[in-house]
Design a protein around this ligand. Sequence first.
Ligand SMILES: [Mg+2]
Length: 387
Amino acid sequence: MFQRQILHLDMDAFFVSVERVLNPDLRARPVVVGSDNPLGRGVVAAASYEARVFGVHSGMALRQAYRLCPKAVFVAGTPGAYGEASRAIRRLCEELAPAIEMASIDEAYLDLTGTGRLYPSVGAVADTLRRRIAEELGLSASFGWGENKLLSKVASARSKPHGLLRVYPGCGRLFLAPLALRRLPGIGPRNADLLARYGLTRIGELEILGEKRLYEALGEVGRVLYHRARGEDESPVVVHAPPQSVSREHTYETDTSHRPTLSTTLSLLSERVAAALRREGQRARRVTLKLRYSDFKTVTRTTSLAIPADDDRTIYHAAVQALDAAYTRRVRARLVGVAAADLTSEPWTLDLFEGDRAERLERMLRGVDQIRRRWGFDSILRGRSCG
Ligand SMILES: [Mg+2]
């Protein structure tokens, strides 16, 4: 088969490193990102290596982190800055690689297959990226280089911090075999427990157990893990094009002209649109309201925003004002919709706002997103979205 060249980039202690760029006083000190109140009820979003030494890790309750490492500096986190740094990293990658997939805010796969004439080697691309990320952003990245995504990802984790590790073609099995099971992508805590009951602790033991037995124990997942344990992975680097627009609509069970009901719907739709924008790291320059009357006649009205927005408040106000202007007939509404368009991922210039208010807003939205990731979208809603 055609030999692929995949590079996996993973930022080292990403949130903490960004915080240190914003506040150099945090350097070389144990830092916990999550909340500036360690006695609060939140969880650790990220911990610096200096804090991890004490056993602090992400997902842990803040109070426990505080017990383990009381001298750590606790900070609330600055999601806007993480998004900006992530987009800057993506732009640097795009300058060098023909195909890149952002796997998360601080992680990317670069497909460098067939770039042999552009660069002396894939390692040279990694070196250039590592140097530019350090010089231009003040951040540290690690790289894994292999014949597929799986091997490059496991390799980058083993090259931390600030390293590059190559798995040579054909050496995947040997590379993986001695590693702990949980190093294999796809093995969650549940499967790890299950496999531990069979006495399995190393990736190589999966292969010895065999495909048939793994299938019997874990079903289809077992089959997948067997092939992964052999270092096999055909999945392509998927270039994710950012969306052109984000929209949400609601059709009423019973047509209505009740204004409070319409406002409640617009509020809920705005919250959904704004959450989707933030997930994509995009801000909208335009908001479009859609109104369909019970006779199916449909009107739309577009508002341009002074500053690109990804918060539901701005989007909701634009939508409600548009509804006021667009709802002219004495006919009930069948459907309303909110669309955000003309999207941009360009860094947001903070000083357009008073910095303080913007930062509080960011923090609030990040809290909302975090709660939703954990408990579902409806777990937290604006009062006006509840009708
Ligand atoms: Mg990382």
